[in-house]
Ligand binder design. Structure first.
Ligand SMILES: C[S@@+](CC[C@H](N)C(=O)[O-])C[C@H]1O[C@@H](n2cnc3c(N)ncnc32)[C@H](O)[C@@H]1O
Ligand code: SF4
Length: 339
């Protein structure tokens, strides 16, 4: 199959995006993602031998591109903790037919790595930042990481040309809603695209409760009251963020309403964990172990058929079905699947 081909699932959704987690480790302990009571000293992270090698990741990515994937995002855990990640970026950047190569990071190591990532072929970067207030940020990242160092990372990414820069802010009611407006102003001034993400019930360890979700509609009205907004149309089918533009021309924001307005209908993403398990839904209950398939010596044609068949069988739409009945199902943790 040639690059540009389409492989569709049971609900007619094409395979277009691949998110690759390159490590399950992180230097933050965000309370909504890797709470330290669970991810403490006794937690057993994956040993190096269980991680997919760069060659294995690139081989799988190449097959995915031949099935229609045009965008790859590296994630984690914290992807910049994976040793020599620039080398992987260089290998993926060389894939024929790949339209976009990006990475989501907590920004802690970005100041040091932005230039080498860009030189290796990374196109853009998304940086997560939940507040500009050090105390609030510390309560969220739980390692007292200073805001200023994430901002230095963002500035280094600008200098390296990793643009347009997106900034992800998870909003958790009772914790950082007061940071919404300062973050909106910060992003407007810097020319960054800010995305507000509703706090999601990914995995089971974060003790998620619906009361802690600040619905996107409230976020939009909070900003609109101070900095008037108007809605923007979607740029492409399957765009997860709903976009709004400042009426004065000062840029745009996006809201990702995965809880209050699920967008499963156009979801075109597959997700690969660091140890090579493929999930076809962020809220997946079961993944497929591709590492043993790869290490079992499968040839490229058979690998392509296996991946295509996994996608063709896909019927997941967890967010739309979210209910009492689905709440107790075993779900993969965000730090393994990468958000
Ligand atoms: C799992 S992280 C991995 C990449 C990197 N460590 C980072 O934080 O950007 C990817 C994204 O998922 C978001 N995230 C993690 N847990 C979440 C949750 N429970 N609800 C909503 N977003 C979440 C993070 O804020 C981040 O923007
Ligand atoms: S959201 Fe990112 S930075 Fe925070 S704990 Fe999860 S993986 Fe680490």
């Amino acid at each position: 199959m040639e690059a540009g081909a389409t492989t569709s699932d049971r609900l007619g959704r094409p395979l277009r995006d691949l998110r690759i987690s390159v490590t399950d480790r992180c230097n933050f302990r965000c309370t909504y993602c890797m709470p330290r009571e669970v991810y403490g000293a006794a937690f057993r992270f994956l040993p190096q031998t269980e991680l997919l090698t760069f060659e294995e990741i690139t081989r799988l990515a190449g097959v995915a591109v031949s099935l229609g994937v045009s965008k790859i995002r590296l994630t984690g855990g914290e992807p910049l903790l994976r040793r020599d990640v620039e080398q992987l970026v260089g290998m993926l950047a060389g894939l024929d037919g790949l339209g976009d190569l990006t990475l989501t990071t907590n920004g802690s190591l970005l100041a040091a790595k932005a230039a080498s990532l860009a030189a290796a072929g990374l196109r853009r970067v998304t940086v997560s930042l939940d507040s500009l207030d050090d105390d609030v940020f510390a309560r969220l990242n739980d390692v007292s990481f200073p805001v200023a160092r994430v901002v230095e990372g963002i500035e280094a990414a600008v200098r390296a040309g990793l643009q347009p820069i997106k900034v992800n802010m998870v909003v958790r009611r009772g914790l950082n809603e007061d940071s919404v407006l300062p973050m909106a102003r910060f992003a407007r001034e810097g020319g960054y695209t800010l995305r507000f993400i509703e706090y999601m019930d990914v995995g089971h360890t974060n003790g998620w409760a619906l009361e802690e979700v600040l619905p996107s509609a409230e976020i939009v009205s909070m900003i609109d009251a101070q900095l008037p907004l108007e809605s923007l149309p979607a740029q492409y089918p399957g765009e997860v963020a709903t976009r709004w533009r400042y009426r004065d021309g000062g840029g745009e924001i996006g809201v990702i309403s995965s809880v209050t307005q699920p967008f499963c209908g156009a979801c075109s993403r597959a997700r690969l964990t660091a140890e090579g398990v493929l999930y076809t839904c962020l809220f997946g209950t079961r993944g497929s172990d591709l590492r043993s398939v790869l290490r079992g010596g499968i040839d490229d044609d058979a690998l392509r058929e296996q991946l295509a068949s996994l996608w063709r069988q896909r019927a997941d739409r967890y967010s739309e079905l979210r209910s009492e009945a689905t709440a107790a199902l075993p779900r993969v943790e965000m730090s393994r699947i990468g958000g």
